[in-house]
Design a protein around this ligand. Structure first.
Ligand SMILES: [Cu+2]
Length: 205
């Protein structure tokens, strides 16, 4: 009899937990699709703790069974990864970071938040490619396929690119930093934006 009761309560707890996490998941991703893991970017406002939370949520895309995860969030952070949060600044046509630094070969998790009412994206180019990428971005204004391309120019100088972000949309870019140290320019490639919306990812040895 006792056994049955124990089993029953386990099932009850499990059901409660999993329906809970479903609820959180659906409210968080209510905004739209695009972003891989948009939840943490918003809800994490306190720095150090949130950094690890962000990482965990990125890796643990499906909550469900492993309920104990809730109490040990930092565990799944990829070793040596760096988390960078960058946002567009509302009404100012710029990113809030002019530069961020990463280590060569390091795993990078770049959380991009579009806090502006306009659409923006973020592309990272090869060393020295700023003007070329800017020109390619401006040329998109004449390209009938630009929207389809999410305003990412067709260019071999692009190292990483986000999708086009609507107002209040977030995007998480995960990549391995280049092995070669140097300054890698990033811009918003929506035509005309790059002159204001640019910065540098500095890769250090
Ligand atoms: Cu833009």
């Amino acid at each position: 009899m006792k056994k049955i009761f124990v089993i029953f309560s386990c099932v009850a707890i499990f059901t409660a937990c999993s329906s809970d996490s479903e609820k959180t998941a659906s409210t968080d991703s209510a905004s739209t699709e695009a972003a891989v893991s948009e939840a943490p970017a918003d809800s994490s406002s306190t720095d150090t703790a949130s950094t690890s939370t962000t990482v965990t949520t990125t890796t643990t895309a499906t909550p469900a069974a492993g309920t104990p995860a809730a109490t040990t969030p930092a565990a799944a952070a990829p070793a040596g990864a760096i988390v960078i949060n960058i946002s567009t600044v509302s009404e100012e046509m710029r990113f809030d970071l002019k530069m961020f630094k990463v280590k060569a070969g390091q795993k990078v998790i770049l959380n991009i938040s579009n806090n502006d009412s306009q659409q923006h994206n973020l592309i990272i180019g090869k060393i020295g490619s700023l003007n070329k990428l800017g020109a390619a971005a401006d040329a998109l204004a004449m390209d009938p396929k630009a929207a389809e391309l999410e305003y990412v120019p067709r260019s071999s100088d692009i190292f990483q690119a986000s999708s086009l972000l609507n107002a209040d949309e977030n995007y998480t870019m995960t990549f391995t930093a280049p092995a070669q140290a140097g300054d890698y320019p990033f811009i918003c490639a929506f035509p005309g934006h790059w002159r204001m919306m640019q910065g540098v990812m500095r890769v250090e040895k």
